[in-house]
Design a protein around this ligand. Sequence first.
Ligand code: ZN
Length: 481
Amino acid sequence: MIKNILSLAIALLSLSVYAQDALTSKLYETYEEFKEPSLGKRRIKHSDIQPLIQKVKANPKFEVQKVGESIQGRDLQLISVGTGSENIFLWSQMHGDEPTATQAIFDILHFLDAPDFKEEKEVILSQLKLHFLPMVNPDGAETFQRRNALGIDINRDALRLQSPEGQVLKRIRDSLDASFGFNLHDQSKYYNAKLTAKPATISYLATAYNYEKDINEVRANAMKVIVYMNKIIQNYAPGQVGRYSDDFEPRAFGDNIAKWGTSLILIESGGFTNDPEKQEIRKLNYVSILSALYTIAKGSYKDIPVEDYEKIPHNDRQLFDLKIENATYELLGKDYIIDLGIFRNEVDLNGHDDFYYRGSVGDQGDLSTFYGYETFDATGYKIVPPKLVTTSNITKPLALLKEGVAYVKTALPEKKAFTDAPLFLVDQDFELRPFGLWPGANPTFFLEKEGKLTHAVINGSLLDLSRPIEEQNFGNGLIYR
Ligand SMILES: [Zn+2]
């Protein structure tokens, strides 16, 4: 008899896990139906989300209340939905340049409003009351910067509470006394899952509430839900989840909110190959947060072994955009073998609604403990300095590159700082300085094998000279004036 009951219990448990996996894949497959189309780039501003919030406000399903203002007077609005007795608090973008989850929140709101997934939504919205505070730092978002208008990091203001944005966060946390809090951020795309070349596309943290990093029930619950979310992400980005450092930071919101009794789940959106605007990562936020809300509503996360949390690999920061291995670099007549780690840094355009790339050497030497989104084994290849020519014809850049030319004196387009051509366009006074590679230098050179130029590295992008440029993943050239 006991055996029968036991096997029945196991069958029911696996059935509920199965049902939940089915929900997750259905969420993934139908995502495009719920995606908010107006938020396709990372550089979004307060004015971009206002029309969306107004629409939500007009919808009787949701409550929208102004809960405060940023330093520069931008409204902070709390969107609530559900009739459950358990409060869940989700806030995003307290760092102005970390917008991925803000976008996902508007996708989740569309999902919650649509007629589909009736059963699952009934479970979520009858058990829970969800409270979303998107874009906590709208002044920072305006200039796509981490800090607020006071120049402080809101996430180091949980104790002193000088920022109105931080005061709002604290006040809402206290009034809701939420069981779970989702602290939604972006992290550098150069984080990887430790000892692997895989980017930490998503990193999680069940935030510690003391220096000892003790695990009480509140923290254990966050760990269990994270184990569940990790399992989901593994389906779509295998090996691409990291565990964020759990060092206690007494001034941070996550740490204090955990201390104040909310199970705190930090989600950091990192990098994903060929996803510069992080739209795939946004989708993973959507799928995993909704699935997490479902498991919280059902209480099924409670059966997850908390030890599994420790199995998620740590975050590390060992990635470059481009890693060139074993290249031969000649200096003062002698050859050396070096690896190069190259970044393609984003430079904002005026208005902060778009960007271009400016490459830099991040490190050079033995980089065998580092990885690249793109890696090129340059064994047997020699680094060749670029040449400068004067010409008015830049319509065939590949022909110039094949001649070893990367710098072109030509008539410059007005005001622009970059060009789509894989070249450096320079003015008449420009002089090419002696070539050298050094951390911080712009990585622009050629690779030669057996006396023939085969590749160009222009402003941090690698180009194969035997293939059309349009087919290759090139960023941009620069204009020097
Ligand atoms: Zn952040």
